[in-house]
Design a protein around this ligand. Structure first.
Ligand code: MEV
Length: 307
């Protein structure tokens, strides 16, 4: 029982990407909005480090022996980044994993917070949680931009670039988003590699898409700062078409988006790595119920995100 004497906990939220996924990996800016739901973790001193994951049907860890090994490796990387000793931890998700909602980043930040609270009695240096969570995330995603872990750590509406990290973005009008849970997503690693392969094969076309996405993200930033929700929705729509051109949308995502727009959403797009996962819709009080009903008719569950 001695090893269970000291325990600590941490939590973090998931995220939706309003604009800029994939292009952000190549240096373009992106805008994300934190979710209230995410992950919770508890950690205790132990003689050997162990990690138990639970709480969602699809987790980045225990689907197969290889994934379990990945989760253990990711946890060791996180402990090492924080200079922590042997730790037993449990973490639980309250959002679906593998759906583009930043579940693995939320797990990484929640675990980093719990481990830091356990081992770093005098607090951690600036950036330590982000570095530890990114060390975790890179085991699953290979070339993570850091956007998901920044959104999990800070929440709210964020402007992010790989070079400069996150900064808060204050919207002049409330942002009301609905998130449709469309279908299981492909892994972020697979989708990031898919875009990288296309970029090697057709550098000019992919560069055209990523620069066009960067311009849309800049326009969306202005729209958010000025509270011009119609312009924000239009940028989201164009961003979706560019993501389609990069090959990361699916017929299911396109359909969920199409019905949201028909039901009156100001804008709608896939969110996250794609290959399945979720669609977001920017709505107003007058259109929210119609969008929810349209998705329910397709048999889709949904969540709300506000900023
Ligand atoms: C995944 O949520 C977002 C991607 O841009 C990957 C990344 O930023 O690391 C696809």
């Amino acid at each position: 029982m001695a090893e269970r004497e000291r325990t600590a906990s941490g939590r973090a939220g998931g995220k939706v990407i309003l604009l800029g996924e994939h292009a952000v990996v190549y240096g373009s800016p992106a805008i994300a909005l934190g979710l209230t739901l995410g992950a919770e973790a508890r950690a205790h001193e132990a003689s050997v480090s162990t990690l138990e994951l639970g709480g969602a049907e699809h987790l980045p860890g225990p689907e197969s022996p290889a994934d379990e090994a990945d989760a253990a490796r990711a946890f060791r990387a996180l402990l090492s980044a924080l200079g922590a000793g042997a730790t037993g931890a449990r973490a639980k998700l309250s959002i679906p994993a593998g759906a583009g909602l930043g579940a693995s980043a939320a797990l990484g930040v929640a675990l980093a917070r719990a481990v830091a609270a356990l081992w770093c009695a005098h607090g951690v240096e600036h950036g330590a949680i982000a570095r530890a969570a990114l060390a975790w995330e890179n085991v699953f995603h290979g070339n993570a931009s850091g956007l998901d872990t920044a959104a999990a750590e800070h929440g709210g509406c964020l402007w992010f670039t790989r070079a400069r990290g996150p900064s808060a973005l204050t919207s002049a009008a409330p942002l009301q988003l609905l998130v449709a849970l469309v279908e299981p997503g492909a892994s972020t690693r697979t989708m990031v590699e898919k875009v990288a392969t296309l970029r090697r094969a057709e550098p000019v076309r992919v560069e055209h898409c990523t620069s066009a996405i960067a311009e849309l993200v800049e326009r969306a930033r202005e729209a958010i700062l000025l509270g011009r929700l119609g312009d924000l929705g239009a940028s989201m729509n164009e961003n979706h078409e560019l993501l389609r051109a990069l090959g990361v949308s699916t017929p299911g995502l396109d359909r969920a988006r199409g019905v949201a727009l028909e039901a009156g959403a100001l804008g709608s797009k896939l969110t996250g790595a794609g290959g399945g996962g979720c669609v977001i819709a920017l709505v107003e009080d007058g259109s929210a119920a119609a969008v929810r009903t349209a998705w329910e008719r397709l048999g889709l569950g949904w969540l709300e995100a506000k900023g």
